[in-house]
Ligand binder design. Sequence first.
Ligand code: GLU
Length: 386
Amino acid sequence: MTSGSHQLAVTQAGNRLVVKVGSSLVTNDGQGVDHNAVAQWARQIAELRHLGKEIVMVSSGAIAEGMVRLGWTRRPTEMHELQAAAAVGQMGLAQAYENAFAPHNLRTAQILLTHEDLADRVRYLNARSTLFALLRFGVVPIVNENDTVSTDEIKVGDNDTLAALVTNLVEADTLIILTDQSGLYDRDPRQHPHAQLIALAAADEPSLESMAGGAGSHIGKGGMLTKVLAAQRAARSGANTVIASGREMNVLVRLAQGESIGTTLTAKQPVWSARQQWMADHLRLRGRLTLDDGAIKALLVDGKSLLPVGVKAVEGLFEKGDLVACVDRAGQECARGLINYSSGDTRRIMGQPSQKIIDILGEADESELIHRDNLVIMNRAQANPT
Ligand code: GLU
């Protein structure tokens, strides 16, 4: 991990970038869409397009802009009021981006997503094809969460996470999170005047989460922690993340030219296949299987399938083909996968050798509970249970 200035051309090589701008930037700390700021980003993105880069924007600010348009001074707590504010404010966002890109002869497209859109494989692939088509047509997609229909069960929850999911969806090389702070500091800079900016670190560096621990601004949803977690998520598809101030002059162009601004969190884990990535990006799973130590070793060390004999407990209501988590005795997720049996059948065959499935259920479609082709390892560290 390095602090202070450090030259690193991570984004220079990147050809597809996801740029996320937070609510406090977009709405100038909640005062309504900052047209000047939006115009600056549009100018820079137009320049990047000329350099041959493809850009997807993830923009927050719908709720903050909606509040201004409706004359509300305090953020509501009721879900339907938040949803109403988002519906009103999203018009302002769309208008602002369309107007700002028009002088550069660039079209924008509005993409509103919920977690459910990304969790369903067919809808995920549809969203992906549409985004790729838009990029091919030279359009700049502007993504936000579909706040108007998002309830707790189906929402992503914050746009840092959404931006990471979009990064994985479009296989971007770099995720740039623009915020109202200069980057990630080793301590909260608002309380510690000597806090040091982290210029470069591996996204999976364990100490980052505690450094980022504090709360964020009162306007947006995510603090630094959601940004660090987003960087970890983006790193799983091989993307680097930059967290930088959106108020820094020409920040996007300078980053794309390889200048080091803010914090760069690099990806170094092995890259997953698109299908494994899709499984790993689910925020909510249908069920949980508690595994014994033998099964954990079989999955994590030996790369084997999960058999019913290694399952100690089953939670949740799921169908054949649903995505479930595999946890250790402490409840820590070590893998996840698409299960071959419903929750009812899994409860009946758990702890039993595979040859007994036919006696218990009357039929045996598969001898594995989760085939290794349908499994993704989430945490290899648990391979040596103590
Ligand atoms: N989707 C929300 C909005 O546009 C913002 C969520 C966030 O800032 O993380 O207001």
